[in-house]
Ligand binder design. Sequence first.
Ligand SMILES: *Cc1c(COP(=O)(O)O)cnc(C)c1O
Length: 373
Amino acid sequence: MQRPIKAYIDLSALTHNLSIARQYAPKAKIMAVIKANAYGHGLLHTAHALRNADGFALLELEAAICLRDAGIRHPILLLEGFFSTQELMLLEKHKLSTVIHHDEQLAMLTGCKLQALSIFIKINTGMNRLGIAPERFPAVIEQLSSNPAVSRISLMTHFATADGIPNNARFRGQLQVFDQATRAIPLPCSLANSAATIRYPEAHRDWVRPGLMLYGASPFATHTGADFNLKPVMSLTSRIIATHSLKRGDIVGYSGNFQADRPMRIGIVACGYADGYPRHAPTGTPVLVDNQKSRLVGKVSMDMLAVDLTELPDTPINSPVTLWGNGLPVEDIAHASDTISYELLSALSTRVQLDTLKEDAQSSLPRACLESK
Ligand SMILES: *Cc1c(COP(=O)(O)O)cnc(C)c1O
């Protein structure tokens, strides 16, 4: 028998969340961010469910080509750009747009024999991750405007703190640096991640780039997706594969850190950190057993974890368990484990089978690419 762990991907929740992003940014085009295997949700069925987006953004060239091979014709932006002249050739061949953020990319573009490249110049407005310095922007845009390889130029930046305190000074500062650098340059702009899409209409501009919100989770630590009418897309589920009765003083799992302080009943769930469940989730982290609230007890091991069934005495072996998703926001698990939902979703292990919930949305997709990871 197969291990009972599965991640259900609710494709109708994806389309719902896309419509929420549209409500927040009605005038902008939406570039749906589907990097990291669509934040762990599976690339192709996610892209297909999000086909009403105006474009897609990701980092992985192979995944971008996989989208083209599956017949997806939307604009596709590579968020880190290209790393070699060979890759540059592939961009034109597959009509992929690219971010330009570094002098080495500029050098590769100079003298290349391409002619229809769509580029997004990324400006470092303060996050200090990727992007050219604002002072260098005038020279860079002049150089690229006169490069015959480039047929379309857009401008972008990325916010470090759009998910922080509302109207924080760093966010305001980045917006101001961008506006000053690009003043009087009438080119399409893209600034907003999910947090800025939800919170800052003034940052919407021509293209918004929501990622996390499309998967139904909140980019703000202070909220869950439901607060913005978002629906969770992934439900990580498994089953109870063993139960035990404990006496006071018995331990559960590795290290014996957890000791029963009274007679208890526990269940063993087929889900561990090698599936992507956070190893640091502490005793007390919420788990749903047969749709009822339970809690994690003891240390999470590689393939299994234990839940408290003392208050659910009739729960038999094989009872369904929800680790996160429908009825249990992934934000709650992230919060308990001192991490963020981005990490939990995108770190879902390849050994967890992804099952889509709406059949019609995936019927035309090649099977081999469905769980491409
Ligand atoms: C990941 C990413 C996004 C999406 O961010 P979310 O917070 O998931 O909405 C947007 N832009 C860039 C450049 C990214 O790397």
